[in-house]
Design a protein around this ligand. Structure first.
Ligand SMILES: [Zn+2]
Length: 416
């Protein structure tokens, strides 16, 4: 790939100061953040973001979902911009880095280019996506989802919080109901820097995760039916114990994940036993199964193993079963050119990388449906996230931000 002649060094101290400064908007006593979508603290963070972008000479536009787009001109205004995006909202007791790092690192990238009077060929676009967390208004990634055509606008508007306020009303009240039609602001590609929210980079002591995509997920609901009977009077060979069947399925799900390589995961996380009485043989058990793998084909093999062995377990014990697939989300593969730009960015920064797959949802996962997209991960201490103790060390934030800027410059040089 064609690389830029040199890469400017970001101001890491300024990036860290901005993380600390904006952490006042929704600060909790335990060092985390409560910054729910379009609440007072989110509005403060948005106002800060808008002022900083405008001070850099960016034009800030807002669409009908409150998504904020700060445009920094390039040499060729006819080109679609290269975007950097993430989110400024948090969980009710969230951390200071989830989403926020991606937006503030993007701001630092624009500021560095401004300081060093470096102009890109394509314009650059810094995006704050509304309601990524989905805490106040479910589902998560609501507004990048509408942008990408996953949900429609009126569905988003109809979402209500626990006080009965609709998303549309909250947008109007916040002053962030913009006039731009959704999708008006197009872009050529998007890069998202995010904390890993898992333990892998820390465990391997590697600073940069080159995210390949997001894993495929399937959720199932299973009901096993046996026969309720007295635990004292029913001999073992005449029982139809649904919980015995369920416990074998718990082992089965674990074994299937272990059998399909280090990237497969499988969990039974919820179970209801009926009648749930100490001296009644359980007649009915309801439980949920969660299977995930980065490859659709491997997930299909895991599902085939699960359904065939589920039949065997039930027939051995004399149970009947009902199996429903309640969620089927295919794997997402990030764009090869964007991934190559991230590799080049890390190489130029002299940082070791690990190829990694996202285990969580992100704005980039939806955006990837409509534009070339990828992500960069940095370490999360103890893999903790959605937690006030969430932490990423300054050197890791700075490393991620440097790779983000380098990747954008590499993409611009290679494609224009
Ligand atoms: Zn996030």
């Amino acid at each position: 790939m064609t690389s830029p002649s040199s890469y400017p060094t970001i101001n890491g101290q300024r990036l860290w100061s901005n993380i600390i400064e904006t952490a006042q908007y929704g600060a909790t006593p335990k060092g985390g953040l409560t910054r729910l979508t379009l609440g007072a603290e989110d509005i403060q963070a948005r106002n800060w973001f808008r002022e900083r972008c405008e001070a850099l000479g960016c034009q800030v536009s807002v669409d009908q979902l409150g998504n904020m787009f700060a445009l920094k001109p390039g040499r060729n205004a006819a080109l679609q911009p290269i975007a950097i995006g993430s989110h400024l909202d948090t969980q009710p007791t969230g951390g200071r880095f989830d989403g926020i790092l991606g937006v503030l690192a993007g701001l630092e990238a624009l500021q560095t280019l401004q300081d060093q009077q470096i102009e890109t060929t394509a314009p650059l676009l810094l995006i704050n996506w509304t309601n990524e967390e989905g805490s106040r208004f479910a589902p998560a990634m609501l507004c990048s989802g509408v942008y990408a055509g996953v949900f429609d606008r009126d569905y988003a508007y109809s979402r209500t919080d626990r006080a009965g306020i609709t998303f549309e009303q909250a947008l109007r009240d916040s002053g962030y109901m913009g006039s731009d039609p959704i999708g008006k602001q197009r872009f050529a590609a998007m890069f998202e820097l995010h904390i890993e929210q898992g333990p892998i980079l820390e465990d391997r002591d590697i600073p940069i995760g080159v995210v390949q995509g997001a894993q495929a997920v399937r959720w199932y609901e299973v009901t096993l039916e046996g026969r309720r009977a007295h635990t004292g009077t029913t001999p073992m060979h005449l029982r139809k114990n649904a919980l015995l069947g369920a416990s074998r399925v718990v082992e089965l799900v674990n074994a299937i994940a272990l059998d399909h390589g280090p990237l497969a995961v499988g969990t039974v996380g919820l179970m209801e036993v009926r009648p749930n009485s100490r001296n009644v043989i359980p007649g009915t058990v309801f439980f949920c199964v969660d299977l995930r793998h980065p490859e659709d084909a491997v997930l299909a093999q895991m599902e085939a193993a699960f359904t065939s062995r589920l039949h065997g377990i039930c027939s051995d014990i004399g149970l009947t079963h009902d199996l429903q697939t309640v969620w089927d989300s295919p794997a997402v593969k990030f764009n090869a050119n964007c991934v190559a730009a991230v590799r080049e960015g890390a190489r130029a920064a002299g940082l070791e990388t690990l190829d990694i797959t996202s285990g969580a949802g992100h704005d980039a996962v939806y955006v990837a449906r409509v534009a070339p997209t990828t992500m960069i991960f940095v370490k999360s201490v103890d893999g903790l996230s959605h937690n006030e103790a969430e932490y990423t060390a300054p050197e890791d934030c700075i490393a991620g931000a440097q790779v983000l800027l380098n990747a954008v410059l590499a993409y611009d040089a290679a494609h224009h």
